[in-house]
Design a protein around this ligand. Structure first.
Ligand code: SER
Length: 346
């Protein structure tokens, strides 16, 4: 007798669930009707985040057996593949970073294809790419380049940037050309959508191992009344965004009708203060904030290859991207109240 096929649980998979973006995303998704969340991370989630998930799996995206088990147990309709080693950390262990950032992404793309075969619908694959895919070769060029568009200056100097750029290509391949010589080709299973994020600033969490970390570190240190030595020069300028806008953007891109999307990869941005301007705002907000500038030549060199501004008109036109927070609102309405509250009891 044939056993009946047990219905698998329908979920949205979030990898890197315990990271900065994962955390914010899970809290937002949980407020949205119709999403059961399957969280995957190397470490257990904090209680509040775990409570928002249908299930949490503690494990590694490089563990193919684990991923196979997920396929058999869950019906996955969308994947937010957020797990990655960030740019500074990746430079200490480039080969491990490649393994996690590229092989991990490949594993998830393969999982998406398999899932689509099972349930017959394309699996949406949301991928956070980065300004790190850009590589300007000098400060003069950075100055001259102005707002950089998606097709320009894609010569990254970091392992992380190379990994993100290549994974964008892999995503496009899986979405459009996967097994193009096979008899049954043409039935593509993955709907790949990537956002090149600027530096992200959260009021609740700190990033680990990024090179844009100086901005969030500065403000969190001031809120804890701790002195801070910035590892970049005062005149350093790259784009940033408040975390809620980054989460909204991921959700907006996920919801966008496919026929509106002219591309797989989108720049987005909100504001581009210099590190010095950022420090002035922090000093104005926190009396006695002690911020010094002690540039680390090597980390500085990385940030100097990233554009000061990006052109996000493609995202604005195709799926209506528009950040809610400019720099001032970000400080006054998002960062300051929430950060003060966060450290109030410490
Ligand atoms: N914030 C990332 C980093 O600094 C860039 O995407 O690595």
């Amino acid at each position: 007798m044939m056993g009946s096929v047990k219905a698998r649980k329908q979920v949205v998979l979030v990898t890197g669930a315990g990271g900065e973006v994962g955390n914010g995303l899970i809290h937002r998704l949980a407020k949205t009707e119709g999403y059961d969340i399957l969280a995957l991370d190397l470490k257990p989630l904090d209680e509040a985040t775990a409570a928002k998930c249908q299930a949490q799996i503690i494990g590694d995206i490089l563990d193919e057996r684990l991923l196979e088990r997920l396929v058999s147990e869950y019906e996955i309709h969308a994947i937010f593949h957020l797990a990655a080693l960030l740019s500074t950390r990746a430079e200490f262990t480039p080969e491990t970073a490649h393994e996690v950032n590229v092989k991990g992404t490949l594993n998830l793309l393969k999982l998406a294809v398999e899932q689509a075969r099972w349930h017959g619908q394309r699996v949406k694959f949301l991928f956070p790419s980065s300004i790190a895919v850009y590589g300007l070769t000098s400060l003069e060029e950075k100055e001259k380049a102005g707002a950089v568009a998606e097709g320009d200056w894609t010569q990254p100097t970091t392992m992380y940037g190379c990994n993100k750029l290549y994974c964008e290509h892999l995503g496009r391949y899986y979405a459009r050309h996967y097994r193009q010589l096979a008899v049954e080709s043409g039935q593509q299973g993955v709907d790949f959508r990537a956002i090149r994020f600027p530096g992200l600033i959260s009021a609740f969490t700190l990033p680990h191992g990024g090179t844009s970390d100086y901005a969030p570190e500065m403000i969190h240190a001031a809120a804890r009344s701790e002195p801070y030595a910035s590892f970049v020069r005062e005149d350093t300028r790259i784009p940033f965004m408040a975390m809620p806008d980054a989460i909204d953007a991921l959700l907006a891109l996920m919801e966008a009708p496919l026929d509106r999307l002219s591309n797989h990869v989108y720049n987005i941005t909100a504001f581009s203060p210099s590190a010095g301007e950022f420090a002035e705002l922090v000093r104005g907000a926190f009396d006695g904030a002690e911020i010094r500038f002690e540039p680390d030549v090597r980390r500085q060199a990385i940030v100097d290859t990233w554009p000061a501004r990006v052109d996000d008109s493609r995202a604005r036109n195709d799926w209506g991207f528009a950040p809610a927070y400019d720099l001032q609102r970000c400080f006054e309405e998002y960062l300051l109240p929430n950060i003060r509250q966060r450290y109030a009891d410490d």
